[in-house]
Design a protein around this ligand. Structure first.
Ligand code: SAM
Length: 318
């Protein structure tokens, strides 16, 4: 980290991204993330024993996390990076504690979607999804078992019923349908790629809009956060996002910042308590090494059953 501080001073007179070599730019961005992330991004910190895995607490500077515009930056390269750059290896792998395998995708969504047209969500589409969900037959994006695992988690999540809910990461509104079925009053979906919603109580935002709404105090608070198969991709570049070894942790921490006391986080990410790994640049799998940091400050509340996949649902409270 000593070298990183030096770079920050060295580059004060440079225009970020224009005059720096890619490796130096990556180091500079890392230092900018680390500065505002503080102890939240220190993944060496010990935790205390929790019901499912260790519980980690950190002082989170919410204002700094939302003021930092570099967190929501695109990677700016023609193609998503195929390998973890050497200068980021230790941070991405938590000093070699996470296994790394290759599994590559390039699906640029952040900024301008390049792989698909802008999805348009309609009331009739979501009504159809809700009625299938009610019968336990909604396939969603990951099959009926995973959909029903999320539905089960939502029945245990404080704040969802009658609440204002933030959904992080979405392509089709199947998770939104489950959240509405569980009785939510209003949803804001935060997604890298633009989505147009014609559903009156489902608004969509891209990260820039979300960040600005927080900073100009129009975002408001949420009663609950819900995310399924999304934050494990944050910071890996797959969706056009800048490489950020803590992208997942910061995404969940920002959710914590905007949640009311007593509210909840319902999350489905790839999970295996005994085998944490990164499949670069596809995704991360969380176990006893990284899950505690992903869930920093959230209290472990309910562990759902596993759907057919490995995205086991966990519910946390604030
Ligand atoms: C594998 S897709 C699945 C999305 C959702 N679970 C679904 O089935 O419709 C992951 C999505 O999460 C989005 N994503 C990942 N990290 C994000 C973040 N930090 N903020 C907003 N969107 C994010 C990506 O853009 C992508 O569309």
């Amino acid at each position: 980290m000593r070298g990183i501080k030096f770079l920050t001073i060295q580059t004060k007179n440079h225009i970020l991204g224009k005059l720096l070599l890619p490796e130096r730019l990556i180091c500079l961005l890392l230092s900018l993330y680390a500065k505002d992330c503080g102890e939240l991004c220190d993944t060496d910190r010990p935790g205390t024993t929790g019901p499912y895995f260790d519980h980690i607490t950190a002082k989170i500077n919410c204002n700094a996390l939302f003021t930092n515009k570099y967190i929501d930056r695109e990677h700016g390269q023609k193609k998503a990076p195929k390998e973890i750059p050497k200068v980021l290896w230790n941070e991405f792998t938590m000093n070699n504690r996470l296994e790394v395998v290759s599994y590559y995708f390039d699906e640029h969504s952040l900024g301008k979607r390049k792989h698909m047209s802008v999805p348009i969500w309609t009331q009739s589409e979501v009504n159809g999804l809700i009625s299938k969900a009610k019968k336990g037959r909604l396939v969603g994006n990951y099959g009926v078992n995973n959909t029903n695992a999320l539905r089960d988690g939502l029945t245990h999540a404080p704040g969802v019923k009658n609440g204002r809910v933030l959904v992080i990461g979405s392509v089709k509104p199947w998770a939104e349908a489950c959240v509405l079925e569980a009785g939510a009053r209003e949803i804001v979906t935060l997604e890298y790629g633009k989505i147009v919603s014609h559903i009156p109580n489902v608004k969509t935002m891209v990260p820039y809009e979300f960040r600005m709404a927080y900073l100009n105090k129009t975002l408001g608070e949420f009663d609950a956060v819900v995310t399924f198969s999304s934050v494990e991709h944050s910071g890996l570049g797959r969706y056009g996002d800048a490489l950020n070894p803590w992208g997942d942790i910061i995404a969940v921490a920002r959710g914590w910042c905007v949640t009311k006391e007593g509210g909840s986080l319902t999350i489905g990410v790839e999970y295996n308590n005994n085998q944490d790994y990164i499949r670069f640049n596809a995704d991360r799998c969380y176990g006893k090494i990284r899950y505690p940091y992903l869930a920093t400050n959230w209290n472990q509340f309910y562990r759902g059953y596993s759907g057919k996949g490995i995205q086991r649902v966990h519910v946390f409270t604030k």
